[in-house]
Design a binder for this molecule. Structure first.
Ligand SMILES: Nc1ncnc2c1ncn2[C@@H]1O[C@H](COP(=O)(O)OP(=O)(O)OP(=O)(O)O)[C@@H](O)[C@H]1O
Length: 650
């Protein structure tokens, strides 16, 4: 029966329902244990498949109760799976019994050094690696939360907080977030776009310097998962620091303070990730030389990275995560920020936290955010604050983002169709409509790639290096104002198909000329970190002929600083007229076009649509090849299986 099962798994791979790795993993386990029960082999293949879709584990109870909900496979695949399941034990207890009897599965020992490939906890089956990461993250988070309040002079803190956040009639969540981050070694500040996460982090930094006895020695790091997000964090923090009232004594002169923060780095570069190994240069034995670390865009941090990051921080260091819990999780396994923020909306604060809020902010925490007296407060929830008021996103895009985040497809569609210039719903029978939009944009909204291509054609205003650099910056900035985002990667509605089609259309219009893979004006996105070259996954640049001699180079803009890399050295890049929503995280564009395909796909979800919408600064266009797809996507929440929530609940 096992041989027949492996054969079936291979057929499912050929049909495109599984990856090559998935049946190979099941076959490998069968080689290790020829008598392994078929239920175990099927579970292993599905576990491997789900890991590729971002789950940390396979919940066998979910599989047996509602496989369709778990997998969202096409009908034909579901029929095949159900037929296979019908040949296996019907009850969860039997599955657990069979799996527990295998030497491939560890069920009890808490030892991380055991070497079974699989770990079973309750009804959750893990690849060992992910089980270990969850344990590490939970241990670190709880340990850091429980370090608790150091000797904090609440009166001194209150005085300073009042200077930074003038007393207001309502409870000030930003002020509270600063106080919470100051009382512990771990804090999460979550909130939608423009709710003032960076503004709060900058004031928190000012407070940390102000309250430190030796501010000149305070070692602060800024980091984010991508280069672009890191550059944006640095810029926003620098701007927000300038905004701090001149009378506030930060302990250091402002320019020195900005200098003390140094550059913002990608997490990969901060931790010393290397392409050929999973091992990070920074770890518990060689920790980061930091007292404070602020990490932005935390929704993009995957489980493995989070485990590595927390372990590389000295136990005494303070870490503050900023991010939007409702955005898409990382491409890799885990939904760590979502798990960390499970009670952020509700608050779930203890009486002790409420007393702390009153003492430090001067306002009582609204009672609806406090936990009823008989319930046990979770330590992590006491160190988590959600910012609730958007300062930038009041208009139609903000309303659309809120409706999408609630899953209200009707209200969201009505906003898109109401005729405001900022928003547009475009039904497209095929990609040609998208190509027209990509070239010319639309009335009432900035962009269309014609704008940057015309700048490209005009060339520098003056024939010197300064003229070239100003022009290169202007070309990149014009490109960055507009972007096509796709839900899927493959197919004519996906990023790959649209990239080729947009490129072809721009060539046909005489806006681009191409002879070979590399050409002036090609926008490229880096797909793999290369610390040697100084390029990181997600960096976007434009290929240009450099000033003076030499072949084509890709130019990247970090804030206001321009850097370039010879195209001959760039191995891992993709054309970037269209990119997936996943890859767009951490970026914003004046006009964002979200392209939904002409049929359902398991990647379409509320989080994907919300993330796409919140990439738009001033205009948003939805293009859909299948009109019901928008509401369908908003009705689907991404639920990634993980045991982290349970582990953090203690
Ligand atoms: N308390 C405040 N008073 C006045 N302006 C504020 C306040 N908080 C935030 N802002 C302003 O609102 C805007 C958005 O703030 P900020 O960039 O910090 O939000 P964010 O949550 O970090 O946004 P993003 O999601 O883009 O990272 C900024 O212009 C900031 O200066």
């Amino acid at each position: 029966m096992s041989a027949a099962l492996i054969k079936n798994l291979q057929a499912w791979r050929e049909a495109g329902w599984l990856r090559r790795l998935d049946p190979a993993f099941a076959a490998f386990l069968q080689e290790l244990e020829p008598g392994a029960p078929p239920a175990l082999l099927l579970a292993a293949a599905l576990l491997s498949h789900l890991e590729g879709r971002g789950h940390s584990c396979l919940d066998l109870a979910h599989l047996l109760q509602d496989a369709e909900d778990l997998l969202s496979w096409p009908a034909e695949a579901m029929t095949a799976l159900q037929a296979q399941l019908a040949e296996l034990p019907p009850s969860l207890a039997d599955w657990l019994g069979q799996l527990s009897g295998s030497a491939l599965v560890e069920i009890r020992a808490e030892r991380e050094a055991a070497n079974t490939p699989l770990v079973l906890r309750g009804s959750r089956l893990y690849l060992r690696r992910y089980w270990v990461y969850e344990q590490r993250v939970a241990r670190q988070v709880l340990g850091r939360c429980e370090l608790g309040a150091e000797a904090l002079d609440q009166t001194a803190l209150r005085q300073r907080l009042d200077l930074l956040f003038p007393p207001s009639a309502v409870f000030d969540w930003q002020k509270f977030a600063c106080a919470v981050a100051l009382r512990g070694r771990f804090a999460v500040i979550t909130g939608g776009p423009g709710t003032g996460k960076t503004y709060t982090a900058a004031r928190l930094l000012a407070l940390l310097f102000a309250l430190d006895r030796r501010p000149q020695h305070l070692r602060v790091g800024l980091a984010a998962p991508t280069g672009k997000a890191a550059a944006r964090l640095k810029q926003s923090i620098a701007a927000a620091l300038m905004d701090i009232p001149a009378g506030f004594d930060c302990g250091l002169p402002r320019p020195e303070l900005a200098q003390a923060l140094g550059a913002a780095r990608t997490l990969h570069s901060l931790l010393g990730a290397r392409p050929d190994t999973r091992k990070l240069r920074a770890d518990a034995a060689t920790p980061l030389a930091l007292d404070v670390l602020i990490v932005d865009e935390a929704s993009m941090i995957h489980l493995e990275m989070m485990a590595g990051l927390l372990e590389a921080l000295p136990p005494t260091a303070r870490v503050i995560f900023l991010g939007d819990k409702d955005q898409l999780a990382s491409v890799e396994a885990g939904a760590v920020l979502g798990d960390l923020c499970s009670e952020a909306q509700a608050g779930a604060y203890s009486a002790e936290t409420a007393a702390f809020a009153l003492a430090t902010t001067g306002r009582a925490l609204p009672p609806e955010y406090q936990l009823p007296p008989l319930l046990a407060p979770k330590p992590l929830s006491q160190q988590t604050v959600m910012l609730r008021e958007s300062r930038r996103f009041g208009g139609p895009i903000g309303q659309l983002a809120l409706a999408a985040n609630r899953g209200d497809g009707k209200a969201a569609a009505a906003l898109l169709k109401q005729g405001a210039a900022d928003l547009l719903w475009l039904d497209a029978p095929g990609p040609p409509q998208v190509l027209q939009l990509a070239e010319r944009g639309r009335a009432g909204a900035p962009g269309g790639y014609r704008v940057y291509l015309e700048l490209l054609r005009q060339g520098p205003a003056t024939p010197d290096r300064a003229g070239f650099e100003a022009w290169a910056c202007a070309v990149i900035q014009a490109f960055e104002r507009f972007r096509l985002l796709c839900a899927v990667r493959e197919g004519e509605w996906g990023a790959q198909g649209l990239n080729a089609a947009v490129e072809g259309a721009l060539i046909q219009q005489g806006l681009l000329s191409k002879n070979g893979e590399w050409y002036a004006g090609r926008p490229v996105m880096v797909t793999r970190n290369d610390t040697g070259l100084g390029v990181f996954n997600g960096d976007i640049g434009i290929v240009l002929k450099p000033f003076g001699e030499g072949g084509l180079r890709a130019f990247f803009l970090d804030g206001s600083s321009l850097r370039s890399v010879s195209v001959s050295r760039l191995a891992d890049v993709e054309t970037a007229f269209a990119m997936t929503v996943h890859k767009s995280q951490g970026s914003e564009f004046e006009h964002t076009v979200l392209v939904l395909p002409d049929k359902a796909s398991h990647v379409m979800s509320r989080e994907l649509v919300y993330t796409g919408i919140t990439r738009a600064r001033s205009a948003f266009t939805l293009v859909t090849g299948w009109a019901p797809g928008f509401a369908w996507a908003l009705g689907r929440r991404t639920r990634r299986a993980s045991g982290l929530l349970d582990l953090l609940g203690g």
